[in-house]
Design a protein around this ligand. Structure first.
Ligand code: 3HC
Length: 329
C-alpha cells in the first residue's frame, strides 16, 4: 500500500522498501485496525510522534483553562459561574487523562511539563488570545470546544489504545462544553442590542483563530502524511476545518450573527461552504510565541508549577513514609 503513497505534506511517508520486518508487521496491524497498546512493539518514530501530539494536546487542555479562568469571578449569574467552573474543571481532567496516556509511552509528566515551560513543546494557538468580554465565554465554548470536538471524535478511533480511550471520555464532556457556550451566545443574541453586539464582537475575534486550531493547510502540514499512514490522523487538517465551517455557519445564522468572512459562500456543487483565505502569517506568528497572550500564559503556568512544588514534595514524602512503613512491617 505504501509503495504508491507519494510524498504528501512536507515529510515523506515510510514506504514498504524502507520498512524492517518488524515495521512491516506493525504497519499491517495498523492497516487491519488493530489497536497498538503500550507493551506492543512500535517504531521509535511512532512513539515519538505520539508523545509529541498527546503531550501538546494535554498542554492545550491545561493552558486552555486560563482564558476562561479570567471570567469565573465576573460571570453574570451564579448558575453561569457554576457551569463555567464545571467546564474549567473538566479541562483539568482532560489534561490528566492525556498526560497519563503520554506516560504509557515511557515519558514522565515532569519531562513533558519541563518541555512546555521551556517553550520547547506547543499548545494550541487558540489559547494565546485574550478574553475581553463575557461573550468570549460563549464563543470559546461554541467555536473552540466545537472545533476540538470535530478534531477529537476521530481520535477516539486512532491506532494508539490509551489515546483513543482517553478521547472517548473527553468527547462526552466536550459536548457539554460546546452546548453551554452556544447557550451563552443564544442568551446574548436574544438580549439587548448591546448584548447582541457583544456576541458579534466575540464571533469576529474568535472565528479565524478557531479555524487555525485545525493546523496548517494539508500542503503545509509536515506531520499529516505519516500520522495518516499510522492512523493517528484519520482526516486531514483541511477536511476537519471544512466540517467546522459547514457545521457552524447555520448556527451563526440561527443566532442572527454574521460570520466575519466576506468570501463565505455556499457551494452547491461541493455541498459545502467556500470560505476566505486564512491569515497564515498570524498563525505562524502565534506559534513563534508572538501571540497576544503567549508570554502571559507560559508565565502563569510556570508560576503555578513552582507554587505547587511544596505540595508535590509533601506527596512524595508521604509516599516514601508509607513505603518505608510497609517495608518495615
Ligand atoms: N496550535 C499550535 N501548534 C499547531 C497548531 C495549533 N493550532 N496546529 C498545528 N500545530 C503545529 C503542530 O504541532 C506541528 O508542530 P510540531 O511538529 O512541532 O508538533 C506543526 O504545527 C505542523 O502541523 P501538522 O499539521 O504537521 O501537525 P499535526 O499532524 O500534529 O496536526 C493537530 C496538528 C491537528 C493540532 C494535531 O496535532 C492534533 O490533532 N492534535 C490533537 C488535538 C489537539 O491538540 N487539539 C488542541 C486543542 S485541545 C482543546 O481545544 C481543548 C478543548 O477542551 C478546548
Amino acid at each position: 500500500m505504501y509503495a504508491q503513497m507519494v510524498e504528501t505534506g512536507l515529510k515523506k511517508v515510510r514506504t514498504e522498501e524502507d520498512m524492517s520486518l518488524d515495521e512491516a508487521a506493525f504497519q499491517a496491524r495498523i492497516d487491519a485496525g488493530i489497536k497498538i497498546e503500550p507493551k506492543d512493539w512500535m517504531p521509535e518514530a511512532y512513539r515519538k510522534t505520539l508523545i509529541r501530539q498527546i503531550s501538546q494536546h494535554a498542554h492545550s487542555e491545561i493552558v486552555g483553562q486560563l482564558p476562561e479562568g479570567n471570567w469565573v469571578t465576573r460571570a453574570p449569574t451564579l448558575q453561569r459561574k457554576s457551569v463555567l467552573l464545571a467546564k474549567i474543571q473538566d479541562e483539568a481532567g482532560h489534561g490528566l487523562y492525556l498526560y497519563s496516556a503520554a506516560e504509557t509511552l515511557g515519558v514522565s509528566r515532569d519531562e513533558l511539563l519541563q518541555a512546555l515551560h521551556a517553550g520547547k513543546a506547543k499548545y494550541s494557538s487558540i489559547f494565546n488570545y485574550p478574553t475581553l468580554s463575557w461573550a468570549d465565554m460563549g464563543a470559546i465554548g461554541w467555536l473552540v470546544d466545537g472545533s476540538a470536538i470535530i478534531n477529537q471524535i476521530p481520535l477516539c478511533r486512532c491506532s494508539y489504545g490509551p489515546y483513543a480511550r482517553a478521547m472517548v471520555r473527553v468527547c462526552k464532556e466536550e459536548s457539554f462544553h460546546a452546548r453551554q457556550g452556544y447557550d451563552i451566545m443564544m442568551a446574548l443574541a436574544r438580549g439587548t442590542p448591546e448584548q447582541k453586539a457583544m456576541a458579534q464582537d466575540a464571533l469576529n475575534r474568535w472565528w479565524w483563530p478557531s479555524l487555525m486550531m485545525f493546523g496548517p493547510s494539508d500542503a503545509e502540514s509536515v506531520n499529516s502524511a505519516q500520522s495518516t499512514a499510522w492512523r493517528i490522523k484519520l482526516f486531514s487538517n483541511d477536511e476537519l476545518r471544512q466540517r467546522m465551517v459547514d457545521q457552524t455557519v447555520p448556527q451563526a445564522e440561527y443566532l442572527g450573527l454574521t460570520i466575519p468572512d466576506p468570501d463565505l459562500k455556499w457551494n452547491e456543487e461541493r455541498g459545502s461552504y467556500d470560505f476566505g483565505e486564512i491569515d497564515w502569517s498570524e498563525f505562524h506568528n502565534v506559534l513563534k510565541g508572538n501571540g497576544p497572550c503567549n508570554r502571559e500564559r507560559l508565565r502563569t503556568r510556570v508560576k503555578a508549577y513552582e507554587d505547587g512544588e511544596w505540595f508535590r514534595d509533601a506527596l512524595v514524602a508521604h509516599a516514601d513514609k508509607q513505603a518505608a512503613r510497609k517495608a518495615a512491617a
